[in-house]
Design a binder for this molecule. Structure first.
Ligand SMILES: Cc1ncc(C[n+]2csc(CCOP(=O)(O)OP(=O)(O)O)c2C)c(N)n1
Ligand SMILES: [Mg+2]
Length: 388
């Protein structure tokens, strides 16, 4: 019998004992399946080793904010139909994400919202009329970003990812333990700014949580035309950012995962990326017709995974909610919407010339010229009016 080198290698005990080299990407990788602590019917699943369930009082608070948030969202959509709002991007169906992100943060942490996050901002305690100021057509965001630690709602996709990285780095540089949370949509993860923001935050260990709400569409573009990645959470791995995916319609899991992500960032370990699988129940905005690109059966399937009903079922089973408490919260939400309606129906007084006031500290010659043009047009219109 001849012994070949290959046979020797195969028989070698060293080969059998050789340890698999550690996978450097492993600690960064998200769970294969999105983290879930409640099933879609609201029944608790076995405890998760990495994600302990948040305290039940926090979940009760979350439920109340989600109910008020949903009522706010319905009211804002109605205001577009009455001509009181220019446009409104609804986040109905995304209540667990909108409220969970806010509850995972401290008041002095920073939020970097997109146009979709009105519900999150009212959940943060910002006056809803202020939140809707921009969408009403004003030139400013309505609230004081520095006072509320909340950036203006961002319409250019993904630019907030870079702002959040810079702010978080600056805060840490000055010795503060503030965390910044940047919301971003599934579609916007294809934008360069998302990648630049995540990369910068990773290299400079900026305490940012990038929170991707994967609501399955970028206006009419479905996720399948957006990415070939197995999950958007995998986009963190290439930048050395630990990532997780979560069932975005499971309020308990969303709060648990985001709480851990925020703690990671606050502990000085750098950014964390969370992808929440959720669904936008309404069209992109009131100006969009979603029936042109998705069918009713798909929407109905997601209706069965409603995050508000899911949390309500769970909290009733825990004896934290009963009929009386549910009715009281619904009444509170009704009063909140009625107050918003009344205040939004008052005619705002806006000076068109104020549009030019805060563009530059020193206006450019072009801006001066444009201001003069508008002034002349307004004066001519006023003359015409008085001659009638
Ligand atoms: C830089 C830039 N490009 C294009 C647009 C137009 N636009 C507005 S919303 C949107 C879709 C974004 O989808 P996604 O990121 O999934 O967020 P969602 O609206 O679903 O919350 C697009 C393309 C924009 N606002 N900014
Ligand atoms: Mg989307």
């Amino acid at each position: 019998m001849t012994t070949t080198p290959e046979a020797v290698r195969r028989a070698s005990p060293r080969r059998r004992r050789a340890a698999t080299p550690p996978d450097p990407a492993k600690p960064l990788l998200p769970a294969t399946d999105p983290v879930r602590l409640l099933d879609p019917a609201g029944t608790p699943l076995p405890a998760h080793a990495d994600y302990p369930e948040p305290p039940v009082e926090a979940l009760a608070d979350m439920y109340r904010r989600m109910v008020i948030g949903r009522r706010f969202d319905i009211q804002a959509t109605a205001l577009t139909k009455q001509g009181r709002l220019a446009v409104y991007p609804s986040s109905r169906g995304q209540e667990a994400c909108q409220v969970g992100a806010i509850l995972a943060l401290r008041e002095d942490d920073w939020v970097f919202p997109t146009y979709r996050e009105s519900m999150a901002l009212v959940s943060r305690g910002i006056d809803p009329v202020e939140v809707l100021t921009l969408l009403r057509g004003d030139w400013h965001c309505g609230y004081d970003p520095a006072a509320r630690h909340t950036a203006p709602q961002c319409t250019p996709l993904a630019t907030q990812c870079v702002h959040a990285a810079g702010l978080a780095y600056g805060e840490a540089y000055q010795g503060r333990d503030t965390v910044a949370l940047a919301f971003i949509g599934d579609g916007a993860t294809s934008e360069g700014d998302f990648h630049e923001g995540v990369n910068f935050a990773a290299v400079f260990k900026a305490p940012v949580v990038y929170f991707v709400q994967n609501n399955k569409y970028a206006i009419s573009v479905p996720l399948s035309r957006q990415t070939a990645a197995p999950s958007l959470a995998y986009k963190g791995v290439g930048y050395g950012v630990p990532s997780e995916q979560v069932d975005g319609n499971d309020p308990v899991a969303v709060l648990a995962v985001l709480t851990r992500a925020v703690a990671h960032a606050r502990a000085g370990k750098g950014p964390f990326l969370v992808e929440a699988h959720t669904y936008r129940m309404e069209p992109h905005t009131n100006a969009d017709d979603a029936t042109r690109y998705r069918d009713g059966a798909e929407v109905d399937a997601w209706r069965d995974r409603d995050p508000v009903a899911r949390l309500e079922t769970y909290l009733r089973a825990r004896d934290v909610l009963d009929d009386a408490r549910v009715a009281a919260i619904a009444e509170e939400a009704e009063a909140y919407a009625a107050d918003l309606r009344t205040r939004m129906n008052a005619q705002p007084t806006v000076d068109p010339m104020s549009l030019f006031d805060h563009v530059y500290a020193e206006p450019t010659p072009q801006l001066v010229e444009q201001r003069e043009q508008v002034r002349a047009e307004l004066a001519a219109a006023a003359d015409e009016e008085s001659e009638r």
